[in-house]
Design a protein around this ligand. Structure first.
Ligand SMILES: C[S@@+](CC[C@H](N)C(=O)[O-])C[C@H]1O[C@@H](n2cnc3c(N)ncnc32)[C@H](O)[C@@H]1O
Length: 247
């Protein structure tokens, strides 16, 4: 009993120490968090953006929900320019949007990619993007299930779409139960304050889409991305209905 109490005290101390250590690192090196995040995910999400931009109509206006540092988008500059796609990217993390500003400007895309530091839940967004400012597509790359209420986020985005507008989602889904990953992801967030999301099983996205009153019109693995027995990166295309656009 005494042993168990002292081991949980040691574990508790370890968690507190790691949390303090990461807080200190992010404070001392304010740009490092965005760089680490990029290093972890960009190779994969660049392929996701390529797959979605290939599907979006030429000349489309796209809302990128949770654009992060914009690196994955900008790595697809050729497609963006070729198809004359205009992007408004939003993210609620100031450090990411700051880095995105520099990346977009360095790529010479400042006219084609506009950035805004805000959350998809912000009601002001929906007042800003009405009438001719509506989008042909909204895109959630790795961001949908980081959000506290993914169905509400889908509804918020759908309310800024044209009548024919579609929502694109790319992210990894767990194919089989993984209690270790279920425990690990929130722990990593706690230590590092970097949001690695939570484990999402493929069947769960169907519930989210249904709750948002949307239809799944495509649901397929992203070509060339992760596809193992445990995990698959998928691309979903969603169509809002009148139920989606009701608050
Ligand atoms: C995994 S990253 C993906 C970044 C980028 N889309 C990519 O695929 O390379 C998810 C992003 O969603 C952002 N995010 C999470 N919740 C958000 C919200 N409510 N509104 C706007 N952005 C959000 C996070 O800050 C993070 O930058």
């Amino acid at each position: 009993m005494a042993d168990a109490t002292s081991s949980s005290a040691v574990l508790g101390m370890f968690v507190v120490l790691l949390t303090v250590l990461f807080k200190a690192i992010w404070t001392l090196f304010p740009n490092l968090k965005a760089d680490v995040y990029d290093w972890l995910i960009i190779k994969m999400t660049t392929k996701w953006y390529a797959a979605v931009l290939a599907k979006v109509e030429g000349g489309a206006r796209v809302l990128d929900v949770g654009i992060g540092t914009g690196t994955a988008l900008v790595r697809n500059k050729e497609l963006l320019v070729q198809k004359n796609i205009v992007v408004v990217g939003i993210d609620y993390e100031e450090e990411y949007i700051k880095k995105a500003g520099a990346i977009v400007a360095n790529a010479g895309l400042a006219k084609q990619v506009k950035l805004n530091c805000t959350s998809i839940y912000d009601p002001k967004l929906r007042m800003l993007f009405t009438g001719p400012a509506r989008f042909d597509a909204a895109y959630f790359s790795g961001s949908l299930t980081l959000m506290p209420d993914p169905a509400a986020a889908l509804k918020c985005a759908s309310n800024m779409l044209t009548d024919a507008g579609l929502v694109y989602v790319t992210q990894t889904f767990q194919n089989r139960p993984s209690p270790v990953m279920e425990m690990l992801k929130p722990l990593l967030r706690r230590f590092t304050s970097v949001d690695f999301g939570r484990v999402v099983y493929h069947w769960q996205v169907k519930e989210i889409v249904e709750k948002a009153g949307m239809h799944i019109i495509e649901d397929e693995p992203v070509p060339g991305s992760i596809d193992t027995a445990a995990q698959t990166a998928r691309l979903l295309v969603l169509k809002p209905t009148s139920a989606t656009k009701r608050d």
